[in-house]
Unconditional design. Sequence first.
Length: 255
Amino acid sequence: MAKQCVQCQSGEGFETPFSMAFQPIVDVSTNQIFAHEALVRGRMGEGAASVLALVDDANKYAFDQQCRVKAIELASSLFDPDSNVGLSINFMPNAVYEPRACIRQTLAAAERADFPAEKIIFEFTEDERLDTAHLFRILRAYREIGFRTAIDDFGAGHAGLGLLAEFQPDIVKLDMALIRGIDTDDARRKIVRAIVGMLHDLGVTPLCEGIETVEEMSALADLGVKLMQGYYLARPAFEALAVPLSPANSLSTNA
Protein backbone atom coordinates (compact mmCIF):
# COMPACT_ATOMS: atom_id res chain seq x y z
CA MET A 1 0.00 0.00 0.00
CA ALA A 2 2.86 2.40 0.77
CA LYS A 3 4.18 2.07 -2.80
CA GLN A 4 0.74 2.76 -4.22
CA CYS A 5 0.25 5.82 -2.02
CA VAL A 6 3.61 7.16 -3.21
CA GLN A 7 2.26 6.83 -6.75
CA CYS A 8 -0.74 8.93 -5.75
CA GLN A 9 1.54 11.68 -4.47
CA SER A 10 4.21 11.58 -7.18
CA GLY A 11 2.03 12.58 -10.15
CA GLU A 12 1.60 16.07 -11.50
CA GLY A 13 -1.24 18.36 -10.49
CA PHE A 14 -3.99 19.32 -12.90
CA GLU A 15 -3.76 23.08 -13.20
CA THR A 16 -6.44 23.88 -15.81
CA PRO A 17 -9.65 25.26 -14.23
CA PHE A 18 -12.82 23.38 -15.17
CA SER A 19 -16.40 23.01 -14.03
CA MET A 20 -19.39 20.70 -14.45
CA ALA A 21 -22.70 20.44 -16.23
CA PHE A 22 -25.51 18.23 -14.91
CA GLN A 23 -27.81 16.01 -16.97
CA PRO A 24 -30.81 14.35 -15.33
CA ILE A 25 -31.50 10.62 -15.29
CA VAL A 26 -35.26 10.17 -15.26
CA ASP A 27 -37.43 7.36 -13.95
CA VAL A 28 -40.08 7.41 -16.67
CA SER A 29 -42.35 5.10 -14.67
CA THR A 30 -42.78 7.69 -11.90
CA ASN A 31 -41.92 10.86 -13.85
CA GLN A 32 -39.28 11.64 -11.20
CA ILE A 33 -35.59 12.50 -11.43
CA PHE A 34 -33.52 9.55 -10.24
CA ALA A 35 -30.13 11.28 -10.37
CA HIS A 36 -28.08 13.95 -12.11
CA GLU A 37 -24.86 12.97 -13.88
CA ALA A 38 -21.94 15.38 -13.46
CA LEU A 39 -20.22 16.03 -16.79
CA VAL A 40 -16.88 17.81 -17.20
CA ARG A 41 -16.94 21.20 -18.90
CA GLY A 42 -14.48 24.03 -19.44
CA ARG A 43 -14.61 26.92 -17.02
CA MET A 44 -16.87 28.89 -19.39
CA GLY A 45 -18.96 25.91 -20.40
CA GLU A 46 -16.74 24.57 -23.18
CA GLY A 47 -17.19 20.92 -24.15
CA ALA A 48 -15.58 18.09 -22.23
CA ALA A 49 -13.04 17.45 -24.99
CA SER A 50 -11.35 20.79 -24.28
CA VAL A 51 -10.53 19.55 -20.77
CA LEU A 52 -10.00 15.83 -21.37
CA ALA A 53 -7.41 16.55 -24.06
CA LEU A 54 -5.16 17.86 -21.29
CA VAL A 55 -5.34 14.69 -19.17
CA ASP A 56 -2.37 12.33 -19.36
CA ASP A 57 -0.78 9.58 -17.29
CA ALA A 58 1.10 12.08 -15.14
CA ASN A 59 -1.90 14.19 -14.08
CA LYS A 60 -4.81 11.76 -14.30
CA TYR A 61 -4.83 11.09 -10.56
CA ALA A 62 -5.09 14.79 -9.74
CA PHE A 63 -7.75 15.29 -12.44
CA ASP A 64 -9.84 12.36 -11.22
CA GLN A 65 -9.69 13.64 -7.64
CA GLN A 66 -10.60 17.19 -8.65
CA CYS A 67 -13.58 15.95 -10.69
CA ARG A 68 -15.04 14.17 -7.68
CA VAL A 69 -14.61 17.18 -5.39
CA LYS A 70 -15.96 19.65 -7.98
CA ALA A 71 -19.03 17.49 -8.66
CA ILE A 72 -19.86 17.15 -4.96
CA GLU A 73 -19.30 20.84 -4.19
CA LEU A 74 -21.50 22.01 -7.06
CA ALA A 75 -24.18 19.40 -6.39
CA SER A 76 -24.38 20.34 -2.72
CA SER A 77 -25.14 23.95 -3.73
CA LEU A 78 -27.78 22.92 -6.30
CA PHE A 79 -29.54 19.82 -4.94
CA ASP A 80 -32.50 19.92 -2.59
CA PRO A 81 -30.98 18.53 0.63
CA ASP A 82 -34.28 16.84 1.52
CA SER A 83 -34.55 14.88 -1.74
CA ASN A 84 -33.20 11.42 -2.49
CA VAL A 85 -31.94 12.41 -5.95
CA GLY A 86 -28.53 10.87 -6.62
CA LEU A 87 -25.31 12.32 -8.00
CA SER A 88 -23.56 10.23 -10.65
CA ILE A 89 -19.81 10.84 -10.92
CA ASN A 90 -17.58 9.36 -13.61
CA PHE A 91 -14.28 8.03 -12.34
CA MET A 92 -11.12 6.66 -13.93
CA PRO A 93 -10.24 3.21 -12.50
CA ASN A 94 -6.68 3.50 -13.78
CA ALA A 95 -6.27 6.65 -11.67
CA VAL A 96 -7.15 4.80 -8.45
CA TYR A 97 -4.08 3.17 -6.91
CA GLU A 98 -5.48 2.02 -3.57
CA PRO A 99 -9.26 2.38 -3.23
CA ARG A 100 -9.55 3.43 0.41
CA ALA A 101 -6.56 5.78 0.27
CA CYS A 102 -7.67 7.43 -2.96
CA ILE A 103 -11.24 7.95 -1.73
CA ARG A 104 -10.23 10.18 1.19
CA GLN A 105 -10.61 13.47 -0.68
CA THR A 106 -14.04 12.39 -1.90
CA LEU A 107 -15.19 11.52 1.61
CA ALA A 108 -13.79 14.77 2.98
CA ALA A 109 -15.58 16.80 0.30
CA ALA A 110 -18.86 14.97 1.01
CA GLU A 111 -18.47 15.59 4.74
CA ARG A 112 -17.74 19.30 4.23
CA ALA A 113 -20.78 19.62 1.98
CA ASP A 114 -22.99 17.43 4.20
CA PHE A 115 -23.65 15.28 1.12
CA PRO A 116 -24.51 11.66 2.10
CA ALA A 117 -22.41 8.89 0.55
CA GLU A 118 -25.54 6.90 -0.30
CA LYS A 119 -26.54 9.64 -2.77
CA ILE A 120 -23.32 9.20 -4.76
CA ILE A 121 -23.13 6.81 -7.73
CA PHE A 122 -19.67 6.12 -9.14
CA GLU A 123 -19.74 5.08 -12.77
CA PHE A 124 -16.89 3.92 -14.96
CA THR A 125 -16.72 3.25 -18.64
CA GLU A 126 -15.61 -0.13 -19.93
CA ASP A 127 -13.95 1.35 -23.03
CA GLU A 128 -10.57 1.38 -21.29
CA ARG A 129 -8.57 -1.82 -20.84
CA LEU A 130 -8.55 -2.51 -17.13
CA ASP A 131 -6.94 -4.74 -14.57
CA THR A 132 -10.20 -6.44 -13.63
CA ALA A 133 -8.92 -7.69 -10.26
CA HIS A 134 -7.99 -4.11 -9.36
CA LEU A 135 -11.34 -2.86 -10.64
CA PHE A 136 -13.19 -5.36 -8.44
CA ARG A 137 -11.23 -4.14 -5.40
CA ILE A 138 -12.34 -0.59 -6.16
CA LEU A 139 -15.98 -1.49 -6.69
CA ARG A 140 -16.17 -3.66 -3.58
CA ALA A 141 -14.51 -0.97 -1.47
CA TYR A 142 -16.92 1.66 -2.76
CA ARG A 143 -19.89 -0.57 -2.02
CA GLU A 144 -18.64 -1.20 1.53
CA ILE A 145 -18.31 2.56 2.08
CA GLY A 146 -21.92 3.08 0.95
CA PHE A 147 -21.55 4.35 -2.61
CA ARG A 148 -23.56 2.91 -5.48
CA THR A 149 -21.73 1.78 -8.63
CA ALA A 150 -22.53 1.75 -12.35
CA ILE A 151 -21.01 0.51 -15.60
CA ASP A 152 -21.21 3.13 -18.34
CA ASP A 153 -21.40 2.43 -22.10
CA PHE A 154 -22.18 -1.26 -21.59
CA GLY A 155 -21.96 -3.13 -24.88
CA ALA A 156 -19.25 -0.94 -26.39
CA GLY A 157 -16.17 -1.84 -24.35
CA HIS A 158 -13.86 -4.62 -23.25
CA ALA A 159 -15.26 -5.97 -19.99
CA GLY A 160 -18.89 -6.73 -20.78
CA LEU A 161 -20.45 -9.99 -19.68
CA GLY A 162 -17.26 -11.27 -18.09
CA LEU A 163 -17.24 -8.38 -15.66
CA LEU A 164 -20.91 -8.87 -14.80
CA ALA A 165 -20.26 -12.52 -14.04
CA GLU A 166 -17.77 -11.49 -11.33
CA PHE A 167 -19.38 -8.34 -9.95
CA GLN A 168 -22.91 -6.99 -10.22
CA PRO A 169 -23.02 -3.18 -9.93
CA ASP A 170 -26.18 -1.36 -8.92
CA ILE A 171 -26.72 0.07 -12.40
CA VAL A 172 -25.70 -0.75 -15.96
CA LYS A 173 -25.94 2.00 -18.58
CA LEU A 174 -26.54 0.58 -22.05
CA ASP A 175 -24.45 2.25 -24.72
CA MET A 176 -26.31 4.65 -26.98
CA ALA A 177 -25.23 2.66 -30.04
CA LEU A 178 -27.72 0.00 -28.92
CA ILE A 179 -30.44 2.60 -28.40
CA ARG A 180 -30.22 4.64 -31.57
CA GLY A 181 -33.27 3.94 -33.73
CA ILE A 182 -34.42 1.05 -31.56
CA ASP A 183 -38.04 1.83 -32.38
CA THR A 184 -37.49 0.76 -36.02
CA ASP A 185 -34.72 -1.81 -35.57
CA ASP A 186 -35.86 -5.31 -34.67
CA ALA A 187 -32.33 -6.59 -34.00
CA ARG A 188 -31.64 -3.82 -31.49
CA ARG A 189 -34.94 -4.45 -29.73
CA LYS A 190 -34.16 -8.16 -29.35
CA ILE A 191 -30.65 -7.45 -28.04
CA VAL A 192 -31.82 -4.82 -25.56
CA ARG A 193 -34.73 -7.00 -24.42
CA ALA A 194 -32.30 -9.82 -23.67
CA ILE A 195 -29.86 -7.53 -21.82
CA VAL A 196 -32.64 -5.93 -19.77
CA GLY A 197 -34.02 -9.34 -18.83
CA MET A 198 -30.57 -10.57 -17.81
CA LEU A 199 -29.93 -7.47 -15.70
CA HIS A 200 -33.26 -7.83 -13.91
CA ASP A 201 -32.42 -11.48 -13.17
CA LEU A 202 -29.07 -10.35 -11.70
CA GLY A 203 -30.71 -7.68 -9.56
CA VAL A 204 -29.08 -4.89 -11.57
CA THR A 205 -31.00 -1.81 -12.71
CA PRO A 206 -30.75 -1.07 -16.45
CA LEU A 207 -30.38 2.54 -17.59
CA CYS A 208 -30.59 3.58 -21.23
CA GLU A 209 -28.71 6.69 -22.33
CA GLY A 210 -28.69 8.66 -25.54
CA ILE A 211 -32.49 8.92 -25.91
CA GLU A 212 -33.15 11.42 -28.69
CA THR A 213 -36.76 10.77 -29.77
CA VAL A 214 -40.09 10.00 -28.16
CA GLU A 215 -40.24 6.85 -30.28
CA GLU A 216 -36.99 5.54 -28.77
CA MET A 217 -38.26 6.33 -25.28
CA SER A 218 -41.55 4.58 -25.93
CA ALA A 219 -39.86 1.47 -27.37
CA LEU A 220 -37.59 1.21 -24.33
CA ALA A 221 -40.49 1.68 -21.92
CA ASP A 222 -42.23 -1.22 -23.68
CA LEU A 223 -39.11 -3.33 -22.99
CA GLY A 224 -39.36 -2.63 -19.27
CA VAL A 225 -36.70 0.09 -19.03
CA LYS A 226 -37.51 2.71 -16.38
CA LEU A 227 -34.33 4.79 -16.08
CA MET A 228 -33.50 6.91 -19.12
CA GLN A 229 -31.20 9.78 -20.04
CA GLY A 230 -30.70 11.76 -23.22
CA TYR A 231 -31.19 14.97 -25.14
CA TYR A 232 -34.87 14.24 -25.69
CA LEU A 233 -35.49 14.38 -21.95
CA ALA A 234 -33.00 17.15 -21.14
CA ARG A 235 -29.64 18.45 -22.30
CA PRO A 236 -26.87 18.99 -19.75
CA ALA A 237 -27.14 22.31 -17.90
CA PHE A 238 -23.89 24.14 -17.11
CA GLU A 239 -23.50 24.62 -13.35
CA ALA A 240 -27.27 24.14 -13.03
CA LEU A 241 -29.93 21.41 -12.85
CA ALA A 242 -31.94 20.93 -16.02
CA VAL A 243 -35.70 20.41 -15.78
CA PRO A 244 -36.52 17.35 -17.91
CA LEU A 245 -39.43 16.93 -20.26
CA SER A 246 -42.34 15.09 -18.66
CA PRO A 247 -42.01 11.50 -19.90
CA ALA A 248 -45.56 10.65 -18.85
CA ASN A 249 -47.00 13.30 -21.15
CA SER A 250 -44.76 12.22 -24.05
CA LEU A 251 -45.56 8.53 -23.67
CA SER A 252 -49.32 9.14 -23.44
CA THR A 253 -49.17 11.39 -26.51
CA ASN A 254 -47.21 8.79 -28.44
CA ALA A 255 -49.47 5.91 -27.43
